[in-house]
Design a protein around this ligand. Structure first.
Ligand SMILES: Cc1ncc(COP(=O)(O)O)c(C=O)c1O
Length: 425
């Protein structure tokens, strides 16, 4: 891809004023100027088919006219009030209508915050401290979420490994780490620690790894029997795998869930949703001073984000929306699998049709440790080749939108062919 002087100068400025030259998300070498539908353009004018999708929120495509119209109308009426606003209330109602576990909703601005509050709500409800999470599970950037997210040298279960500097040592003792997709090991950890456990948090689809048949059902059963709240982190899967999220898609209802990305329609909005009995801890009048969980946020339920979220949900509710995304995803996944197989590469396509990627490893990949066996160099070269062919994606995810149609599929398949041939060569 050609780089203009303008983009090179911006990259240079970024390197001067931002640590590592970035916002912390993607590498510093590209500066995006605009997006429309399934495509984005960088400052140099290069166009890409966008499978990064803003890391997931833009499921309806960039600059969707209906979302833009709702946002523009709201801008003229004011952008934040702190007090309740109609659109935030309507969005909470839409979540309650859509998501099986959601009886009540609290808004925050990011998925990290939502996860932090969900874990806190479980602690307030259970009056216990420890949270069980799964190795490799992503629950935002809090001290708790960063335990055993991506350890290079995983320790023994259930000991937590912090994945960032600056986390107090004491937090390790508050987390219990279990292997994803291993119901037996999880059951034994829950049995061993049930008197100190406040909650279990899980990505029902962990990064790229679907749950093994029966895993979420087993998790639901063992937590219910022990009276421990089960939290589904649906920041990624909410409104993506189905209108009711992964809990509707996989047919397992947790006690609490967190939502983000799609629900804010491309604006900073996330939510904690769940059973009224647990959500009551956000209400001092219901639980008294001792049980009350304080939660205040300047932009919580922001009306601009709420109208963007509502407009997005209106679009997604239309008949055939999910079927179309799934059909596109299936087409890409199966074509890519076939190309990799024919090239005899040690690789497999993992995920679900709206969200998948290649894992360059042989053998079953069902938990975090198995992903460590993957060939990172092949993945890097595969992504580099795709980028050169005009495909933008994150390090380990293809996010699809409803705007990805036949032309995008055709161009992507050509880019796959080139990338796979380059790896084979
Ligand atoms: C499963 C999951 N939970 C939580 C988060 C954190 O969300 P945010 O980046 O909005 O803080 C993410 C972000 O990608 C996520 O994928």
């Amino acid at each position: 891809m050609k780089r203009s002087d303008d983009e090179a100068a911006l990259v240079e400025t970024a390197r001067r004023v931002l640590p590592a030259g970035t916002f912390g998300n993607l590498a510093a070498d590209i500066v995006i100027r605009e997006g429309k539908g399934a495509r984005v353009r960088d400052v140099s004018g290069n166009e890409y088919i966008d499978y990064l999708l803003g890391s997931g929120p833009m499921f309806a495509g960039h600059a969707h006219p209906e979302v833009n119209a709702a946002v523009t109308a709201q801008l003229a009426r004011g952008t934040t009030f702190f007090a309740n606003n109609e659109h935030g209330i309507r969005l909470a109602e839409a979540i309650v209508d859509a998501v099986p576990c959601a009886e009540q909703v609290r808004f925050v601005s990011t998925g990290s915050e939502a996860d932090l509050y969900a874990m806190r709500a479980a602690r307030a409800f259970r009056k216990r401290d420890k949270i069980l999470k799964f190795e490799g599970g992503y629950h935002g950037m809090s001290d708790y979420g960063l335990m055993s997210l991506a350890p290079k040298w995983p320790g023994n279960f259930p000991t937590a490994t912090p994945d960032s500097a600056g986390i107090p040592k004491s937090i390790r003792d508050e987390m219990i780490i279990a292997p994803f997709n291993d119901a037996e090991a999880t059951a034994s950890l829950i049995a061993q620690h049930k008197d100190e456990l406040a909650g279990v948090i899980v990505e029902p689809f962990q990064r790229l790894l679907p749950p093994k048949p029966g895993f979420l059902q087993a998790l639901r059963k063992m937590t219910a029997e022990a009276g421990i709240p089960l939290i589904f982190d649906e920041v990624v899967t909410g409104f993506r795998f189905a209108y009711g999220g992964a809990q509707a898609y996989y047919g397992v209802t947790p006690d609490l869930c967190t939502l983000g990305k799609i629900v804010g329609g491309g604006f900073p909005l996330a939510a904690i949703a769940g059973r009224s009995e647990i959500m009551a801890h956000f209400d001092r009048a219901k639980v008294g001073d001792d049980g009350f969980l304080m939660q205040i946020g300047t932009l919580s339920g922001n009306p601009v984000a709420a109208v963007a979220g509502l407009a997005t949900l209106e679009i997604l509710k239309r008949p055939g929306t999910y079927e179309a995304v799934f059909a596109t995803g299936r087409q890409l996944m199966s074509a890519l699998s076939e190309m990799l197989r024919a090239a005899h590469l040690p690789a497999q396509v993992k995920g679900e049709p709206p969200l998948f990627d290649v894992v360059f490893a042989d053998g079953p990949v069902e938990d975090y440790r198995a992903t460590l066996r993957a060939d990172a160099d092949l993945a890097r070269r595969f992504n580099q080749s795709l980028r050169a062919s005009g495909i933008l994606k994150g390090e380990s995810k293809f996010y699809l939108s409803i705007a990805h149609g036949e032309p995008e599929v055709g161009e992507t398949l050509k880019a796959f062919e080139i990338a796979v041939a380059a790896l084979r060569g």
